[in-house]
Each structure stands twice: as structure tokens, then as C-alpha cells.
Design a protein around this ligand. Structure first.
Ligand code: 4NP
Length: 161
């Protein structure tokens, strides 16, 4: 059974689609496509159906990563469908937890920055109302977090064999 990861932010057009596509990029690079699956969602319904933000897409493409996807809203059903749910910031984290049906589901939720090994930021900052530098920081921070997350998932899979 593949390990299923869900990345969650507010709008699902900037941070979480970046996390999803960066993670897929690392997974493809290491030939792990049959072992780990990724998706993303937003806690809000503001941008449902929209593609990733063009400013975010531009920042990702400078690092050689294409952003694919269409925004959808996080729902309670996602707890059963995913093994690990990664919140980009503390507000996302508490909005996700508020929908958790059980303790087991609550334990599936983590802050994305917990997996960073180089950056010391605790949250992925919301870049939506800022300038281009904010989008570049999101990409660099997520590259760090995704590397740490990939190592964690591989460890979890080893442990469950
Ligand atoms: P995201 O960024 O949560 O990283 O997708 C945002 C997108 C839209 C809004 C805020 C943040 N908004 O207020 O519409």
C-alpha cells in the first residue's frame, strides 16, 4: 500500500500545491512513485477549481518545478483517506484538527516545518498579499521540509514492514 500524504494550506493555490509538486518531484527523482502518493487541499473554499497562483508557479519554475493541480477544499473524509496531513501554518493546523473525528485522526496532522533541517521557521508564511520574495522563500522552505519529510516517510515504511 502506498503511503498517502496530504498538504493543506488556506487557499490551495500557493503553499500546498507547491508542497505537493515539490514532493512529487523528489519522489520521481528517487524512483519512489509506487510507494508514496501526494495530494493537496485548502481549509477554505475561496479558490476551489482554480489552478495554482501564477506568482507561485513562476517561483517554482525558477527551481525547475512545474505546478499542476486544481484547488479543492479539505474535508473530514480526508482523515480516512490519508496517512499524514501536513499543515502549512498553525491556523491551518487548528482548522484541520477542528474537523478530526477521532484521536487517531488528530495524530495524523503535523506542521510542515517540523520536517525542516536547515530552516528554523515554524510555519510556511502565507505569500498571497506580499511581493515576489515571499514566493521564493516558500519554495526554498518547502524544498527543505520535503526532503526531511521524504526521509521520515521512508523510515515509517521501513518500520511497518
Ligand atoms: P495559500 O495562499 O493558502 O498558500 O494557497 C492563499 C491563497 C488565497 C488567499 C490567502 C492565502 N486568499 O485570501 O484568497
Amino acid at each position: 500500500m502506498p503511503y498517502k500524504l496530504l498538504f493543506v494550506c488556506l487557499g490551495n493555490i500557493c503553499r500546498s500545491p507547491s508542497a505537493e509538486n515539490i514532493m512529487n518531484h523528489l519522489i520521481a527523482q528517487q524512483g519512489l512513485g509506487d510507494r508514496i502518493l501526494c495530494d493537496s487541499a485548502g481549509t477554505s473554499s475561496y479558490h476551489v477549481g482554480s489552478p495554482p497562483d501564477r506568482r507561485m508557479t513562476a517561483a517554482a519554475s525558477m527551481r525547475g518545478i512545474a505546478l499542476k493541480g486544481q484547488a479543492r477544499q479539505f474535508s473530514k473524509a480526508d482523515f480516512a483517506a490519508f496517512d499524514l496531513i501536513l499543515a502549512m501554518d498553525r491556523e491551518n493546523y487548528s482548522n484541520i484538527l477542528a474537523l478530526a473525528p477521532s484521536d487517531r485522526d488528530r495524530h495524523k496532522v503535523r506542521l510542515m516545518c517540523d520536517f525542516c533541517t536547515r530552516f528554523t521557521l515554524q510555519e510556511v508564511p502565507d505569500p498571497y498579499y506580499g511581493g515576489p520574495e515571499g514566493f521564493n522563500i516558500v519554495i526554498d522552505l518547502l524544498l527543505d521540509a520535503c526532503e526531511g519529510l521524504l526521509a521520515f516517510v521512508l523510515q515509517e515504511q521501513e518500520a511497518s514492514l
